[in-house]
Design a protein around this ligand. Sequence first.
Ligand code: NAI
Ligand code: MG
Length: 337
Amino acid sequence: MRREATLIRGDGIGPEITQATLQVLEALGAQFDWDEQYGGVTAIEKAGTPLPDATLESVRRTGLALKGPLTTPLGGGYRSVTVALRQEFELYANVRPVKSIVPGGKFPDVDLVVIRENVEGLYVGIDRTFKVGDDPKALAQTMSVMTRDGCRRIVRYAFEYARKHGRKKVTVVHKANILKATSGLFLETARQVAEGYEGRIAVDEKIVDNAAMQLVINPAQFDVIVTTNLFGDILSDEASGLVGGLGLAPGANVGETAAIFEPVHGSAPDIAGQGIANPAAQLLAAAMMLDHVEELDAAARLRCALELAIVKDNVRTRDLGGSASTAEFARAVARRL
Ligand code: NAI
Ligand code: MG
């Protein structure tokens, strides 16, 4: 079955890693009809705005997008297009799998997924300073907002993800001992959701500071981690650092009506245009997209080919200590399909 999907190649190395990914998907026989749209700097050049209406309309129609990294100016300038897309389509689940692929790393047996609540908590944007006397910033205050529905849908998403992907355990990460209302609501709701999976998927609870420590001591104990926005932001970066970094880290932003798949890394302006970027994170993002549309076989074949290219054929880009170009790596993956 052919599916329409939005394609945003992105800025910097985005077009290079996306081209490599399209070639591998072609070799895989994956059936996407791409509706190419623009975002970020590329969109400013083409349409005069970082997030054109046509891009939003396309994602609204297809509900499915593969996206490259987009450059966000520091300090001033426009706000992050990636964050704007998450809010626009209420992409409440941020899914980041972390797996040891390259041999010889510090942790050879990591295979976990961080599922982070993506729209509530401390990221709702109520964050301000107050003037006292003549100090304009004498006091700063932020607010975390969590809803029972928001907690329920992210925990449910995590358990359903575990069920679909044959995972055995969900670890609920919280700080309910201190944040009794917000984190307490998350934990209470998580326990209720977990009851529905009793006997099928194990549940474990960890306080976030202990979870952070356990991740660097014994990451292999984790399977699926579900947590609130800020904790998930921090733990998912920590986890990807355990297995060789950004070149291998894919992510998905999933909501009820749309899902956007992308590498975790940015547009890497320092190596853009040189043909040396590692396309693996974007390839793994495409594999997540195939999972999402229930093409589980194609997704598994893609992951397997990528691992064989790295491990058996020893084809690696520079960030992984090799010398292969972006295109050479893509060809090696395609050969393994
Ligand atoms: P970055 O992830 O672009 O680069 C960090 C370092 O990792 C650089 O040395 C880069 O060369 C290297 N790197 C990243 N991806 C690589 C790959 N596939 N292969 C080989 N090496 C790779 O982070 P940075 O420099 O902080 O951000 C650059 C731009 O990207 C900024 O404008 C930032 O706002 C944007 N960004 C966009 C994201 C998105 O669209 N989701 C996410 C993160 C950053
Ligand atoms: Mg982050």
